[in-house]
Design a protein around this ligand. Structure first.
Ligand SMILES: NC(=O)c1ccc[n+]([C@@H]2O[C@H](COP(=O)([O-])OP(=O)(O)OC[C@H]3O[C@@H](n4cnc5c(N)ncnc54)[C@H](OP(=O)(O)O)[C@@H]3O)[C@@H](O)[C@H]2O)c1
Length: 339
């Protein structure tokens, strides 16, 4: 099933930063950010058990608890079970993203993509989110960035465990859709090559942005469109640098990225637009992309995102990005050449 009919609009809200991804955020600030998203009209929220070992789900659930359940769409993820037992968050094995969420809850995180763990994870998420149902479930991070060279084995355990369990939940009407939520294109390409099980959509983070899109553009997005598998784009700001922050791929940005973003900023300024407009509108210009879900921890970001989407970006800006080879020559842009 295409999830376009399920999603209430093309912009949602991603809650990874609310798991204290980069800093310890006061509960009130986290709540005010979710409320700001709601007040701006956002009705699609994405979260995961991993984000602060349950913290983002708890914070999101606290704000949504008094909202009518039929009015919003919720996605969370499976693959990590959060235990009551605690651990040292700095000693977690999170692949390339080792210290991410060290400011989150200290609860032990267990990677497990089996059927039993999937069902348990869903139950636990329902509790933390204070709801009786989830709409979309993503199988989380079955890719090389988290599991190194073992990732294919992890993928295989998810294929025979989580994929089948989620297919059943969808058939039973417990959830409406499922897919994979990853930072890499390879597991998604592999999944499209399977005869079954069939996912409804993919959450692809960081691989379709102004800074990194060539690979997804070549094969993944056309193949997904052909199979009616919608793409939700996560990490549209590459974790911050494309929004005016300093993070790229969840760490301080290296010099070559700072330089590249500097070139985009110069062009944006010359054309009288903001870099956020460029980042968000580029993502949404691809026809395979059903929605984009920027994350934030400050209420003011949400209004910024909406004005970024509303801003008129002239074709000459996109043309300059192409000419300077910042974006691929065949990457779709939102406006056609008017000349
Ligand atoms: N494997 C997966 O399934 C996966 C992976 C990654 C992401 N995702 C999903 O996609 C969502 C979005 O990705 P993301 O949150 O990781 O990254 P993102 O949307 O690319 O960037 C979010 C960051 O941008 C910063 N930002 C926004 N406006 C700014 C401004 N004006 N100046 C400076 N910084 C600014 C925010 O900072 P503040 O915190 O200061 O507001 C926030 O930390 C996630 O929350 C998650 O739901 C899924």
């Amino acid at each position: 099933m295409s999830i376009r009919s399920l999603l209430p609009g093309r912009i949602g809200f991603g809650t990874a930063p609310l798991g204290n991804m980069f800093r310890a955020i006061p509960d009130e600030e986290a709540a005010a950010t979710v409320q700001a998203a709601w007040d701006q009209g956002i009705r699609y929220f994405d979260t995961a058990p991993l984000y602060g070992a349950g913290l983002a789900e708890i914070r999101l659930g606290d704000v949504l608890a008094d909202k009518p359940r039929d009015e919003y769409v919720l996605s969370t993820k499976v693959g990590r079970v959060i235990l009551d037992e605690v651990e040292d968050p700095t000693s977690r094995e999170l692949g390339e993203k080792g210290t991410l969420f060290e400011h989150g809850r200290p609860n032990k995180i267990v990677n497990d993509y089996s059927t039993d763990a999937t069902l348990r994870s869903v139950e636990d998420s329902l509790g933390r989110l204070q709801t009786d149902r989830l709409d979309i479930i993503w199988v989380h991070d079955i890719a090389q960035d988290f599991y190194g060279d073992d990732w294919v084995g992890v993928y295989e355990s998810a294929r025979t465990g989580a994929f089948r369990a989620l297919t059943r939940l969808r058939e039973e009407g417990v959830i409406k859709a499922w897919g994979l939520g990853v930072n890499k294109v390879e597991p998604l390409e592999m999944t499209l090559d399977l005869d079954e099980p069939r996912p409804d959509a993919f959450l692809l983070a960081g691989r379709y942005t102004l800074l990194d899109h060539s690979r997804a553009l070549q094969r993944l997005l056309p193949a997904a469109a052909e199979q009616d598998v919608d793409i939700v784009v996560g990490g549209p700001y590459s974790s911050g640098i494309l929004a005016g922050g300093s993070h790229f791929e969840y760490a301080e940005a290296p010099a070559h990225i700072v330089d590249k973003v500097g070139r985009i900023k110069v062009l944006a300024q010359e054309h009288g637009i903001g870099i956020k407009s460029a980042a968000l509108q580029f993502v949404l210009a691809h026809p395979a992309v059903a929605a984009v879900i920027p994350g934030a921890t400050r209420p003011s970001r949400i209004a910024e995102d909406f004005s970024a989407l509303a801003q008129d970006v002239p074709y000459s800006f996109w043309k300059s990005l192409r000419e300077q080879k910042i974006i691929a020559h065949d990457a779709p842009v939102p406006v056609k050449d008017a000349s």
